[in-house]
Design a protein around this ligand. Sequence first.
Ligand SMILES: Nc1ncnc2c1ncn2[C@@H]1O[C@H](COP(=O)(O)OP(=O)(O)O)[C@@H](O)[C@H]1O
Ligand SMILES: O=C(CO)[C@H](O)[C@H](O)COP(=O)(O)O
Length: 563
Amino acid sequence: MTVTPPTQGAESYVVGVDFGTLSGRAVVVRVRDGEEVGSAVHAYPHGVIDRELPGTGRILPPDWALQHPEDWREVLRTAVPAAVAVGGVDPAAVIGIATDFTACTVLPVRADGTPLAETALGDRPHAWPKLWKHHAAQDQADRINHLAHQRAEKWISRYGGRISAEWQYAKALQVLEEDPGVYAATERWIEAADWIVWQLAGVETRNTCTAGYKGIHQDGHYPSEDYLAALHPDFADFARTRLEHPLSPLGARAGSLTPQAAAWTGLPEGIAVATGNVDAHVAAPAARAVENGRLLAIMGTSTCHVVNGATLADVPGICGVVDGGIVEGAYGYEAGQSAVGDIFAWWLSQGVPADYLAEAEATGEDLHRLLTRKIADQPVGGHGLIALDWMNGNRSTLVDHHLSGVIVGLTLATRPEEIYRALLEATAYGTRTIVDALEQGGVPVTEFIVTGGLKKNALLMQIYADVLRRPVSLAESAQGPALGSAIHAAVAAGAHPDVRTAAAAMGRVQRGAYRPDTARADAYDELYAEYRLLHEHFGTGPDKQLHRLRRLRNAALSRNSEV
Ligand SMILES: Nc1ncnc2c1ncn2[C@@H]1O[C@H](COP(=O)(O)OP(=O)(O)O)[C@@H](O)[C@H]1O
Ligand SMILES: O=C(CO)[C@H](O)[C@H](O)COP(=O)(O)O
């Protein structure tokens, strides 16, 4: 059954749902102008599963990160109807729904889409969805990369020369090697971005974005069976049997809302369900960042950088370039930092003394605000610190999740807020490294736009403007990915002819909200030079100290874990 959009004159609405790392957010948006009339958030009860497999008591090894599929369905049942109710919208006026997901968040399923985690295999960790930040497949990623270069595989240059341990193949190979029984039972290996569409529309679809960036689908092909067999004989048919499916462009209609999904969401049966998408890429139209050269940094738990270019360039160290990966008709480039807000959150949870907690309690500020206020006026370089932003590994430009964080310059006088500021700055230096790599690789960056939870920190935004020596524009929506999804829903429902047109009608950006200050930018140039020295020493130098420390840690901890 399909539903015709309401006739002219009546307002119509779309729903966008953003499945993040810790929660899912739904937003109800007016099709005509992108007005967000209602939103709701549902925190995943299981959050990130990184210590113990639910219901089993099994301890997970280091670097594991799983999620629970039921947490995702629950977002459809709770956040979507809540957002519609908050917006005071008649559900009958909703003409489409679209979703976006973290990626590569990927799960093994049966041929009918049932997650293996929800079968009799559910007591085995490898049956569970692996979250994007599952970093335990670095050894597999290293072999994938080594073999690709050895065989001069053409596709490897589209991934900056290195596939990340976060992407589909490293994770799948880890399942095969560590639990062949689960691998054998895996009938389809699917991004959560596509799985959630399956839940809504009742049909399996695969989207251009995740297939390209996370699934090594380039020029119409996955990696060859020869190549996969050379990785592991039983991996030869991985792409053909577990991935292969026609790809749908972004903004296409994947299908119609099933009766079951209509009952979950309270939305009309038969409305348009859009093809799946990634939380980062989907946000570009919400920030009107679809024209070539406008780089959108989606800054939250992690940061993704997405930018369109007119030509195909091989940029060392980026995550990938995909034709139509962000919007049709352009080459979409993606790079990223595996932790940004997560690094600040780590410091708040581990490094703030009791008297700061008491002060925050007394003033009613959250700790981010407290530390930001205490350090905002310090002159650039006043703390004498440099940090490397690798507490969750390095996604771009080193593509190495065995790297870890470093802070140098500590003294007995160093205060918690100074370390906080050094961490904010470290992430800005990491972004400068990425922007420089893109430009040096032949991808012009004409504007730097920020969306995501971190744009509310004015000190952080000013640091980025100063470190990058460029204005920072801000997406106006507080829900960039969810609004981006809503824009794709409007296109899938036929209310706008394509994503570019819909972006012009529904997206919003405040251009040049923060401007660089020359004196501070000069001071940051000196500090950035110091960051680069550390970056080279620990990241690319001959002494692999961070790798040695990781190996020692893993050996010590693996004695207590079970896979
Ligand atoms: N005022 C702030 N300054 C800096 N970081 C913040 C601030 N408030 C929240 N954060 C960080 O933002 C991150 C969450 O970002 P958000 O965009 O809301 O989520 P997600 O990335 O899961 O979509 C957390 O890691 C948190 O530490
Ligand atoms: O890799 C990504 C997209 O390609 C994102 O970093 C990942 O999806 C997590 O996003 P967030 O930090 O917003 O939770």
